[in-house]
Design a protein around this ligand. Sequence first.
Ligand code: ATP
Ligand code: MG
Length: 593
Amino acid sequence: MDSSSIIRKTAADQRVTPNFLDYAAERQRFSWGAVGRELQGVAQAGGGINIAAEAVERHASGALRDKTAFRFLSRGKPARDVSFGELSRLTSRFANVLSQLGIDRGERVFVLAGRIPELYVAVLGGLKHGAVVSPLFSAFGPEPIATRVNLGAGRVLVTSDMLYERKVAKWRDKMPTLDHVLLLAEDGGSTNIPGTLDLATLMAAAGDTSEVAATGAEDMSLLHFTSGTTGTPKGAVHVHGAVITHFATGRYALDLHADDIYWCTADPGWVTGTSYGIIAPLLHGVTSIIDSEEFDAERWYGLLQDEGVTVWYTAPTAVRMLMKAGAAIPRKYRFPQLRFIASVGEPLNPEAVRWGKEVLGLPIHDNWWQTETGGIMIANTPAFDIKPGSMGRPLPGIDAAIMRRHEDGTATLIEEPDVEGELALKRGWPSMFRAYLNNEERYRKCFAGPNNEWYLTGDLAKRDADGYFWFVGRADDVIKSAGHLIGPFEVESALMEHPAVAEAGVIGKPDPVVGEVVKAFVSLKKGFEESEALRMELLGHARKRLGAAVAPKEIAFLPSLPRTRSGKIMRRLLKARELGLPEGDTSTLEGNA
Ligand code: ATP
Ligand code: MG
């Protein structure tokens, strides 16, 4: 790594004193027990813990009662501000509705809705009641919805009249566990569809106070399905104790301060939109803006400016789309309030880190985690310099390592720096998943190493001598060519440095001589046309940057790359299509409703 490209942290960059200043000292001082004691402001019977109590009740009964918790935005409508106090009353109503329907603690409530107030109320109200909540993408088609509801034995589904009629009604008899469907009317009125209940009517009739369920740290809270990037999505089981991780990571990785205006662009249909789109900001008493609209470069720059967003948590796919939309749009806007930007979901190309600095005036802090970890594990934080292209360092309380997995299923730690292996985390952080739903065998196989203490993540990475982690690729995506192991990320990042390239997806294509050859698919930025000359230029650019052994041998242009709903490039689809093989599970493919 060229040291001139390191982005140094200086005091002048910080608009407020960061929560996290001294990496080594904070890691030394840190304990999960101490963070847990900072929470638990609302004493739970038997020393229990409940996510909704910490996120909502703690503030609703204190000084922040009238402060805006969520500001809901939607095109053509006035903003709707919901205070912590109102959120407490609404979530109590929803918890009471569940009680009346006879839903017990631990039973499953699915939520299928756009980013509208009712979704947030149902998630938090469900948790308050002690139900297990599973938020789904509203853009899922009927089959993925039914599969998930069945896998999770959903008893209640909260959705809208339109979504119900389009996606659920015909499949209803294929979901035998589903006893109650609660509908909200998209036109704001009430609904009257046979076999369903009108949510607004039930909410109006329910009382607006309720006891928080006396859940314990190990009680199941949320069921999240993985993105399905590498295959059929898995159901990851999470517990109420996870809230301690959400709180700590909001402090260290997102630098949340009480007076922030925070925007997490993720949908609650995947884990980021829940852990950091709902829970973490509430825990810190922060005001979140929530936009119900889909991506639109002009709108997004406008929101950052007009809402005075201070902390922004987004994803590489969004950053790449903003880059693709060109430099002219952001010139019309100013972002004087913005002070911290973070990103998750896919590797963040160095080019994107630098784009942040140029266009928004701030570097983008990449961080790494997955559905299974429940919260951010490795991050670029305010406490140290950014090496663009690195995921950063393990947060306080997190021990990460690189491991070698052996044929017999055992694994050993790799101590030397700069060696590729599987990224692993030492168990013991509170938000670790506790099961893959109905797949004990698969869960068990994730743990190995000394004392069986390490969770192996399925991602390949390396750690440098300064303790920074570098993503190489998913174990499934790594390309073996003429004796070299090639991570697609490295090749994609090199292509992204070319001014014409908006995004790149790289696969290994079977080859009788070298095993696999590297093939890249690229989409172009606005203003560039595909041509043979450009293809040759890109091949040359990549060869210069990467050397002939690693550079792609073939490049194909696509208008855009296939992506999951959570915004991840689906390399396995690029590969299946290239080789004419079956596409496998496409339930999470964007555009596949
Ligand atoms: P599935 O497990 O169903 O294939 P998925 O792994 O994409 O889907 P998620 O849990 O949503 O489902 O995504 C987590 C994965 O995303 C990580 O394991 C990693 O591969 C990738 N990822 C997340 N953040 C980063 C990052 N900062 N850098 C590189 N990769 C990342
Ligand atoms: Mg995964």
